[in-house]
Ligand binder design. Structure first.
Ligand code: AMP
Length: 493
C-alpha cells in the first residue's frame, strides 16, 4: 500500500506481493435504449458489501469517456449531477474493499488509460501474484505508472497489446502474461468485456436486461436491474457484449484441468441471495450448517447465530438437528447494531475488540441459564468468538459451544480476500483444542474440507483453499503450490 498500512502483506513472505490485495465488486453494462450510468449506480449499490472504500463509474458515449471515481460508499460518491454527466450507453463500475487506514485515490477504480488506439477502462476484482514482474518489464519499455496497484499493470499491458493485435488477441496475450486471480469488467472505447482468470478464482456472471447485457461480480446486481441471470462467465473466458444489444460473443481463451473457485466467497463474502458458479449462496450456507450438525452436532438448549454471518449456517444446523429429534432450538440471542461497519477495517486489536462490543449485544432471556451452541462462518483472528463467549457467559449462559461453518483459517489469502497475516491468524500455529482453550469455549468444532467441497457441489481439486491448507493454486514466491494446479506455474516473461 502507498501508506504501508495494508493489513495483508506484513511478513517478509507476504511482502513478496505488490500492491493491495483487493476483494472488490465489478460491473459492466452495454445498453441500447438509455444511458448506462444509472443502472451501473444501482448495481454498485447491490455490490456495496464487496467494497466500501471507493466507488467509481466510467462510461463511453461513442466519442469519449466520462468518469467519476470517489472515495467512500456508493451513496456518498455520486450525486444527481454526477450521474447526469456520465453520458453514453456503455460503461463499467467498481467498488473497492477497504484496507486499514488507506485513503488513497490512486488505487480507486475503474482505472482509465488513453492511448493511440483508443480509450480503456478497467475494473478488477482479485489479485495478481506477478504484477511486479510485468510492471518492471513495462516500465523498462517506457510505461509510466501512477499507482502501485496491479490493475494499472493489466491496463498498460492490454493497451500495449492493442497497438499490435485485435481486441480478442490482445486480451489473450495479456491473460497469458498475468498470473493470479482476476475478474475484470473492461471497456475499450464503447465495447464492454468481461474476463475471468483461467482458474475462475473470483466470481463473474452475465445477465440479460430489457435493452442489453450486463457482466457483474454477483447475480444480485442483475436482480437489482430486473434482469435475468444467463450464466457464470467461465474460467478463462472472454465475453464481449455486443453494442447493438443483441447478445454477447464468447471466446474460451484458456482452459485448465482444474478450476480454483474461492470457497470463502460462499462461506462469508458473497451475498446470500447471489448465485455463484451455479449455486445459491444461501442454500450452500444452510447445507454447510447441516453438515456441521452431522459432523459435530451437540445437544444444547439453543443454537444461535453470530449475526449476520452465521445465520444461514445456524438455521441449517437447527433443521438437521430437529430432523434427528434433537431438543436444540434455533434462537436469536445476539442483536446487531446495523450502523457499525465490518470489524475488519479497525486497524488495531483494541479497536477491533471495541467494535465487536459495539456491534453485538445479547438478549438475556434466550441466554440466561441455557446451554448454548454459537454458530459462525469462520474464525480469523479469534477476536469475535473470544468477545462473544465472554459476553454470553456474563449474561448467564450455562455452557457455550462454538461451531464454525468452515475449516480453520491457517494461512493468508493472496487472491483478493483481505484476511490477516499469518502471525495474526489464531489457527496458524494452534490446534483446535488450543484455540478452544484460548477463546474459552466449552467445546469447539470446525467443518471438514470434504464437507465444504460436498456442500458446494465441487471436486476438492477445483476449489481454492489456500487459506486453510497453505497450498495455493497460483505460483507465489515463498509459498507451496497445490498439486492440482502445479501444471500451471507463473509464466516466464
Ligand atoms: P475474527 O474476529 O478475527 O476471528 O473474525 C471472524 C469474524 O469476522 C466472523 O464473524 C466472520 O464472519 C468475519 N470475517 C471473516 N472473514 C472476514 C473478512 N475477510 N473481512 C471481514 N470480516 C470477516
Amino acid at each position: 500500500m502507498p501508506d504501508g498500512r495494508d493489513p495483508v502483506p506484513s511478513s517478509p513472505t507476504e511482502n513478496a506481493l505488490s500492491g493491495p490485495t483487493e476483494k472488490c465488486g465489478v460491473v459492466g453494462v452495454s445498453l441500447t435504449e438509455r444511458d448506462a450510468a444509472r443502472p451501473l449506480y444501482y448495481s454498485l449499490y447491490a455490490l456495496q458489501h464487496r467494497g466500501q472504500e471507493s466507488a467509481g463509474i466510467v462510461t463511453h458515449d461513442g466519442f469519449q469517456q466520462h468518469d467519476h471515481v470517489e472515495m467512500g460508499l456508493v451513496g456518498d460518491a455520486f450525486d444527481e449531477d454526477d450521474i447526469e454527466s456520465l453520458r453514453g450507453s456503455a460503461g463499467i463500475g467498481h467498488v473497492r474493499y477497504p484496507t486499514a487506514g488507506s485513503v488513497d485515490k490512486s488505487c480507486a477504480q475503474p482505472f482509465t488509460v488513453s492511448f493511440r488506439s483508443g480509450a480503456l477502462g478497467l475494473s478488477h476484482n482479485g489479485n495478481l501474484v506477478n504484477a511486479d514482474d510485468v510492471r518492471d518489464e513495462l516500465a523498462a519499455q517506457g510505461h509510466a505508472f501512477t499507482s502501485d496497484g496491479d490493475t494499472e499493470v493489466i491496463a498498460h499491458d492490454l493497451a500495449r497489446n492493442l497497438l499490435e493485435a485485435d481486441l480478442v488477441r490482445a486480451v489473450k496475450r495479456t491473460m497469458g502474461r498475468i498470473h493470479g486471480s482476476y475478474s475484470l469488467a473492461i471497456m475499450h472505447d464503447d465495447t464492454v468485456l468481461g474476463v475471468r482468470d483461467p482458474e475462475g478464482n473470483r466470481p463473474l456472471c452475465i445477465g440479460e436486461l430489457e435493452d442489453g447485457y450486463v457482466v457483474a461480480s454477483e447475480s444480485a446486481a442483475i436482480d437489482t436491474l430486473d434482469g435475468e441471470l444467463v450464466r457464470d462467465v467461465r474460467p478463462g473466458e472472454l465475453v464481449v457484449l455486443r453494442p447493438d444489444g443483441e447478445g454477447f460473443d464468447s471466446y474460451q481463451l484458456f482452459e485448465r484441468e482444474h478450476t480454483a473457485h474461492c470457497f470463502f466467497e460462499h462461506v462469508y463474502f458473497a451475498r446470500p441471495d447471489s448465485v455463484i458458479d451455479g449455486s445459491l449462496v444461501y442454500e450452500v450456507r444452510r447445507e454447510l450448517g447441516r453438515k456441521l450438525w452431522d459432523e459435530s452436532g451437540i445437544d444444547t438448549d439453543v443454537v444461535m447465530p453470530v449475526p449476520d454471518s452465521g445465520r444461514a449456517f445456524a438455521s441449517g444446523y437447527a433443521e438437521a438437528a430437529q430432523e434427528e429429534d434433537s431438543k436444540v432450538e434455533f434462537a436469536e440471542g445476539l442483536m446487531k447494531n446495523r450502523y457499525v461497519g465490518r470489524t475488519f477495517i479497525m486497524p488495531t486489536q483494541d479497536e477491533r475488540e471495541r467494535a465487536v462490543r459495539l456491534k453485538l449485544n445479547p438478549i438475556k432471556s434466550t441466554v440466561e441459564g441455557k446451554t448454548v451452541t454459537l454458530v459462525d462462518d469462520s474464525i480469523v483472528r479469534g477476536t469475535t468468538s473470544t468477545q462473544l463467549l465472554a459476553l454470553l457467559r456474563d449474561c448467564g449462559a450455562a455452557e457455550v459451544h462454538m461451531r464454525i461453518g468452515a475449516p480453520p483459517i491457517a494461512a493468508p489469502c493472496y487472491m483478493g480476500i483481505n484476511m490477516a497475516t499469518r502471525d495474526e491468524l489464531i489457527a496458524a500455529d494452534k490446534s483446535t483444542e488450543e484455540i478452544c482453550d484460548e477463546i474459552e469455549a466449552d467445546s469447539l468444532a470446525y467443518l471438514s474440507t470434504e464437507a465444504v467441497a460436498d456442500a458446494l457441489g465441487e471436486e476438492r481439486d477445483d476449489l481454492c483453499m489456500g487459506c486453510v491448507t497453505g497450498e495455493y493454486p497460483y505460483d507465489i514466491e515463498g509459498e507451496e503450490m497445490d498439486s492440482a494446479h502445479a501444471a500451471n506455474p507463473k509464466p516466464e516473461l
